[in-house]
Ligand binder design. Structure first.
Ligand SMILES: Cc1cc2nc3c(=O)[nH]c(=O)nc-3n(C[C@H](O)[C@H](O)[C@H](O)COP(=O)(O)OP(=O)(O)OC[C@H]3O[C@@H](n4cnc5c(N)ncnc54)[C@H](O)[C@@H]3O)c2cc1C
Length: 479
């Protein structure tokens, strides 16, 4: 089977890349489960759009501030300038953007100097965007197709090895785009879709390609914790932007003790403040919504409202127990600004799986859907510019056993280790012991999928060990 382009992942990055590949090209999109099981679908807050050309420098500054200035400024320029094109394109495609008196509504989120976040159906932006992109998709999509290897020789990618419901198959293409999302499945508490488990990151390591900034992991400050699923219900930053406050058991606000922006400080500061305050003072943190009426909240955040009330919470009167949870990976597969994986001729990485330097040490809220859109299009444009034809090839199937008895238990051990020792606050001894634990597991009789996760976990830990100082989302209590 030979295609022009294979895209691994059907989130915003993969689907928006596909949107710019014409119908006459043979394009195949692969995703692990149902197409909506991706982080894009669960995104709530919205999409950052520079208000106009004059706002671009300020958007760049806000992004750099959030990223502790280790971002690649050229990547941010592309992102911010690209946002204006994205908005025009979404409007031309009749994507529903929330408006008031026929004017687009722009919301404010933590770390942004002004209101510049567009949203759709209140807090349903991700679902609306994903549905819109799927509806307009003009290429073939295979669901329940798990990519378990990349077929790479020298600096060329020839195809992918995929496990489908009919079995294992190699599929070939002239261009391969990785759009496989982040690393949520490595952590005990996270906000990510269950399909997001860093398989492709692990495959990249196996092929001696680079993962960059892997210690830079973002923890979202406000996940509802009293549910039983590992995927914790996220309560969008926009709720704090619109008046939600954080209090302790005694209804005392404490975030201003940590940062003058209080609830509107960047999310790593808020996450650490909650962690630090609650640990030191033996308190539980709550989200207090008394600044909203029930109707206001339901109208502005219909999905969060529905979710929370399904847990029996009464809004606005109940205080909602919250905790930080793993949320977003700034680190990822190292690419250049044209989205090409470093060292490869025809392999691209876009969206959350990629690292082009745009986020630096921390991501500014709502910059990631935008990143998927802007860089998804850039990948498509580069593919269209290329005349590469890699010819016919035949690779053996990767027959390694995917899952073995005991893997499920070890996955949970891994998640515990990552949450407790490689989470919000890190130190040398915790990281050393985490590394030891991972190395022992890697020596065992384990299946391929677990091994890929362990390789990525090991890379995260060694990156965290190598960065001795606290920076952005990487917080060392011993620095
Ligand atoms: C709860 C939540 C709320 C968020 N809110 C916002 C927000 O308001 N604004 C914002 O900008 N960002 C937000 N984010 C972050 C943002 O949603 C993600 O960073 C972004 O959607 C990632 O898009 P993506 O296309 O890179 O990956 P995803 O949308 O995660 O898609 C990954 C795809 O890869 C596929 N895949 C993975 N592994 C394999 C494999 N081995 N084989 C085949 N397919 C595979 C998956 O099946 C999936 O289709 C939020 C994230 C979460 C979890």
């Amino acid at each position: 089977m030979k295609y022009d382009v294979i895209i691994i992942g059907a989130g915003v990055a993969g689907l928006y890349c596909a949107r710019f590949l014409p119908k006459n090209l043979k394009v195949l999109i692969l995703c692990k489960a149902q197409p909506w099981e991706c982080n894009t679908f669960y995104a709530q807050g919205g999409i950052t759009i520079a208000k106009n050309k004059d706002d671009i420098p300020l958007h760049i500054k806000d992004t750099l501030d959030a990223g502790s200035n280790i971002n690649n400024i050229d990547a941010i320029k592309i992102l911010s300038q690209g946002s204006l094109e994205v908005l025009d394109d979404l409007i031309s495609q009749n994507f529903l953007i929330d408006k008031e008196n026929n004017e687009i509504l722009f919301a404010k989120e933590g770390g942004h100097s002004i209101s510049r976040i567009i949203h759709s159906n209140g807090d349903g932006t991700g679902r609306m965007l994903h549905t819109h992109l799927i509806k307009n998709l003009q290429h073939t999509l295979w669901k329940n197709a798990i990519v378990i290897d990349l077929l790479i020789e020298d600096s060329r990618a020839y195809g992918v090895c995929v496990k489908t419901q009919k079995g294992l198959v190699n599929i070939y293409a002239n261009h391969i785009v990785i759009a496989s999302g982040g690393v949520g499945g490595l952590f005990k508490y996270h906000t990510n879709a269950y399909t997001i488990s860093s398989d492709l990151h692990g495959i990249i390591l196996e092929h001696h390609l680079e993962l960059k900034d892997m210690e830079m992991l973002q923890f979202h400050p406000t996940a509802y914790i009293n549910s039983t699923h590992a995927r914790k219900q996220l309560i969008s930053e926009a709720v704090r932007g619109d008046g939600g406050i954080i209090v302790d058991n005694h209804n005392k606000r404490f975030l201003f003790n940590y940062d003058k922006r209080g609830e509107l400080a960047p999310r790593d500061i808020v996450s650490r403040a909650i962690f630090d305050y609650c640990t030191k003072n033996n308190q539980q943190a709550f989200l207090d919504l008394h600044n909203f009426t029930q109707t206001q909240f339901e109208l502005r955040f219909p999905n969060i409202y529905r979710q929370l009330t399904s847990y029996g919470i009464k809004i606005p009167q109940d205080k909602i127990p919250i905790s930080p949870a793993f949320h977003y990976s700034m680190g990822g597969i190292a690419t250049d600004l044209n989205t090409k994986v470093i060292g490869m001729e025809n392999l691209y990485a876009i969206g959350e799986c990629a690292n082009n330097g745009v986020h630096g040490a921390n991501r500014l809220a709502s910059n990631s859907l935008l990143e998927g859109l802007v860089f998804g299009k850039i990948a498509a444009m580069n593919i269209l510019d290329s005349t590469l034809n890699i010819g016919e090839r035949n690779f053996p199937l990767n027959n390694e056993v995917l899952e073995k008895d005991g893997d499920e238990r070890l996955k949970n051990v891994l998640r515990d280790i990552m949450w407790n020792k490689v989470g919000i606050a890190r130190n040398q001894s915790g990281l050393d012991s985490a590394l030891g634990g991972i190395e022992v597991m890697l020596l065992g009789e384990i299946g391929r999928l677990l091994r890929l996760r362990l390789l990525v976990a090991k890379k995260i830990i060694t990156s965290a060990l190598n960065r001795k100082e606290s920076l952005g989302a990487h917080y060392r209590i011993d620095s």
